[in-house]
Design a protein around this ligand. Structure first.
Ligand SMILES: Nc1ncnc2c1ncn2[C@@H]1O[C@H](COP(=O)(O)OP(=O)(O)OP(=O)(O)O)[C@@H](O)[C@H]1O
Ligand SMILES: [Mg+2]
Length: 310
């Protein structure tokens, strides 16, 4: 079973619009509501890959109840910590005439110290059953700066693999705690190493540095250029075939889900890498975030190429 942690959850509303103009009334053609926050994208993809998942984090109010009902439709068990504050909404307006999207992200209300303490009690109760833990995204106000460090420490004490995907200061702080898996993208890795990672040589060096700092499975995701993996067996470049993407948001989360499934099933790192590359490319072919067509996944699984570079 995979435990996912989404501390800053939201109801994500995707509005499909024929065009977007200002200063007028706009009618929405189609609405798609989903359980949002990066950890919930990981949750949906891992569940669709056939792995039991328990979703944790904070939910509150009617939006919180709605979020849990949405995620339950995807065969996911919920073990959220309920808080007084209403779960936020995030709106993505997609202009079909230009293919561009404009996002409105609500800040979300702060959680209290007591909420955080209850979350850790809930987390400690679920942790012994987990085969892998995936922690993703931002955190609401009121959560301590070292919350991800505390989660990583708890997992490591129990010998449970822990995967981390976050950004900014939180990434730098939590990376020092050495999660089992880290997946920065090309922007995030520069923040982490403090040096430019433009050439392939610089990128290989950066991922190697991450691995030698103590992160057993260090991955640098590079969008359509695939990903670099540094593990005890060496450094690999995984390349998906050329596709016509519909929506690449959540590709990184899908990659995390692929590795989480690999860890939970105790697969080899290369095998997990293949699943991760295939499912993240399949996510790019779906309009929805954290979603994929199983037939596309199967096709891409055979089509990705993995080469040892060092
Ligand atoms: N256009 C694409 N074609 C094929 N595969 C893709 C494409 N875009 C992304 N991927 C796959 O998804 C992986 C993760 O993508 P990316 O590096 O964009 O992550 P990210 O920036 O963390 O995304 P997000 O945070 O939105 O989930 C890539 O390493 C690649 O394997
Ligand atoms: Mg990402």
């Amino acid at each position: 079973m995979i435990l996912t942690v989404t501390l800053n959850s939201s109801i994500d509303k995707l509005y499909l619009m024929s065009s977007i103009q200002q200063d007028t009334v706009m009618r929405v053609q189609e609405v798609h509501n989903s359980a949002g926050g990066k950890g919930l994208n990981v949750t949906r993809v891992a569940a669709k890959l056939g792995e039991p998942v328990i979703a944790m984090g904070f939910t509150g109010g009617f939006n919180g109840q709605y979020l849990e009902s949405l995620i339950a439709q995807d065969n996911v068990q919920c073990a959220f910590t309920h808080v007084q504050a209403e779960t936020r909404c995030c709106i993505n307006c997609w202009d079909l005439s230009t293919g561009k999207s404009t996002e409105f992200l609500e800040p979300g209300a702060a959680v209290t110290q007591a909420d955080v303490a209850r979350f850790f009690a809930d987390f400690d109760a679920q942790l012994p059953m987990a085969d892998a833990v995936a922690v993703s995204g931002s955190v609401p106000k009121g959560v301590p700066d070292d919350v991800y460090c505390q989660i990583i420490r708890r997992c490591k004490q129990k010998g449970i693999p822990v995967l981390l995907d976050t950004s900014g200061e939180r990434l730098t702080v939590a990376a020092a705690e050495k999660p089992s898996f880290l997946k920065p993208n090309t922007d995030e890795i520069s923040q982490l190493t403090g040096s430019a990672t433009v050439t392939i040589g610089e990128r290989i060096h950066a991922v190697e540095q991450m691995h030698s700092s103590g992160i057993a499975c260090a991955v640098l995701s590079m969008g359509e250029e695939g990903a670099l993996l540094a593990c005890d067996n060496g450094i690999y470049h995984g390349q998906p075939p050329r596709i016509m993407p519909k929506n690449t948001v959540g590709c990184g989360d899908s990659m995390v889900a692929g590795f989480a499934v690999g860890f939970a099933r105790k697969l080899s790192t290369q095998e997990s890498f293949r699943i991760a590359l295939a499912v993240s490319a399949a996510n790019a072919l779906s309009l929805y975030t954290g979603d994929f067509d199983p037939a596309e996944y199967e096709r891409l699984y055979d089509a990705v190429s993995i080469k040892k570079v060092k």
